[in-house]
Design a protein around this ligand. Sequence first.
Ligand code: CA
Length: 237
Amino acid sequence: MSRKARLLIIEDEQAIRTGLVDVFVFHGYEVDFAEEGNDGLRKALTGKYDLLLLDIMLPGINGYDICEAIREQDKEQAIIMLTAKSGDEDIIHGLALGADDYVAKPFSIAQLVLRVQAVLRRSRLLDREGHEISLRLPELAAGTIDTRNLLGNLYGKEVQFTRREVDILQYLHEHTDRPVSRDELLNKVWGYAKNLDLETRTVDIHIAKLRRKIERDPKHPRFLITVRGGGYRLVSV
Ligand code: CA
């Protein structure tokens, strides 16, 4: 039997923390927790966890700073943010710092469990062998993105990507010129089951972040374009 997946839950609200610990233990995970930010960050950096559930508003260091500090050292650590803040900017900020996904409080435990399972499954869905994606950028010579160290060379500049951003680009790149729906991306890149009927803006927010990195004019994308009826298409030039 494979080993239990290890979770670290960083959450200061006792009722939520205890509830989450119970649920994930029940689902067969090995669960550790921290009640405040400093302890959470220390554990996250020293323990070996398969996934972190990270609250944003915490005593000590907040969840954004924890996420950023972890990403500086570990680009692959799976992180789902738990946010009471449902404003777009808060969510965008968390995802920009490299979280894989977010759930807004109050969240459904069943949904959260599905998302955790999906994020843990994701690495099996994608070819994570290091190689280079060559992007033929409009009006310019080709740019490249190294899928192992997540560094791009675009428009003559070095650009740092997150793992999730590279996974999205890699998937779209493998299906260049074909429209790819949000559901397909959630299924293939995030590992969510089909027809889960997720209410999430994760895909759109990630696409917006990607455009800021790969488009010369992100407001008028020429490369990563929105398809009518929902979805995205990577254009070959
Ligand atoms: Ca909190």
